[in-house]
Design a protein around this ligand. Structure first.
Ligand SMILES: [Zn+2]
Length: 291
């Protein structure tokens, strides 16, 4: 994380950042392409600000930050995460509190361009679903959502590793999907294609909060709570090695790649969340690499 004193030490870095000064008395924020730095307070954001990206920042002990009425709870080290939704409205509105002062912060961020993916060959019954299956999807989504609202403080991962070692990237996060000729929603995860039976590993320590044997869209599905609002999910598995309530360490086996649910071939559909906000897993693995 780069703080102002580091920027001052290294003028060449400061010059490269093409910064803009915006004054929010008494706070002075220096908004650069990649960094937001307070002159008076410890609040710092240190990840490129883009939609669909997990952001890490830090707060001092007497500072509080809210994102759309949700308090962003920091770890005891002061570090915190939050996610910027795909195609969200810019600017982003944050509320910053320190003792008796409260300020609205408007953060501009880069909007990414999302590709279009054409996916054909899906079973038609999994694309145009009947009422009974629509109700089943709603119920299963509600189950996942209820878990993703829960805050636990048992873990605070600072790095994440990819869940599959040998794979072909077969679907990128955020792509606008045309499923059997019908416009679907943005792709909510990254697809890692590999043969059935390929092991899938936990990207970070966490608690297994759901291990479902057969969801309509995602087949055998696992959801892991990594603490402080961070979640990862694993879809289309052929085998699940964990159960609800299990604690996993980074690198523990979660299950095996399969083709269960709505899939045209064996792959892991892997999603990463900050509560309800889906973020790009590939950026999580590069921004917060364990290497
Ligand atoms: Zn997918």
């Amino acid at each position: 994380m780069l703080k102002e004193k580091d920027l001052n030490k290294d003028k060449s870095v400061k010059n490269k950042l093409n910064c803009i000064n915006i004054v929010y008395p008494p706070l002075i924020f220096l908004i650069c392409n990649f960094f937001v730095i307070t002159n008076l307070y410890a609040f710092t954001l240190a990840t490129p600000l883009q939609d669909g990206r997990l952001i890490q920042g830090s707060l001092a002990k007497n500072e509080k930050l809210f994102y759309q009425d949700k308090q962003i709870i920091p770890h005891s080290t002061g570090l915190f995460y939050f996610g910027i939704p795909q195609s969200a409205q810019t600017p982003l509105l944050l509320t910053f509190q320190k003792e008796n002062t409260q300020k609205q912060i408007k953060l501009s961020y880069e909007m990414r361009h999302w590709q279009t993916d054409i996916v054909n060959g899906l079973p038609q019954g999994k694309v145009s679903v009947n009422i009974k299956n629509e109700q089943r999807i709603k119920k299963e989504n509600a189950e996942l959502k209820a878990e993703r609202r829960k805050f636990i403080a048992d873990f605070f991962p600072t790095c994440f590793s990819r869940p599959v070692q040998n794979y072909r990237l077969s679907g990128s996060f955020g792509a606008q999907r045309i499923l059997n000729g019908v416009k679907g929603s943005g792709h909510g995860g990254t697809d890692y294609a590999a043969p059935v039976g390929t092991p899938v590993y936990a990207p970070a320590d966490g608690l297994v909060v759901l291990a479902h044997p057969d969801m309509f869209l995602t087949g055998q599905t696992v959801l892991v709570n990594h603490g402080y609002g961070l979640f990862s999910s694993y879809s289309h598995l052929s085998k699940t090695d964990v159960a609800r309530g299990d604690k996993v360490k980074r690198g523990d086996k979660i299950g095996e790649i399969g083709q269960t649910g709505r899939a045209t071939g064996p792959h892991l559909h892997f999603s990463f969340f900050w509560y309800e906000t889906r973020v790009d897993p590939e950026l999580v693995f590069t921004d917060f690499s364990c290497q």
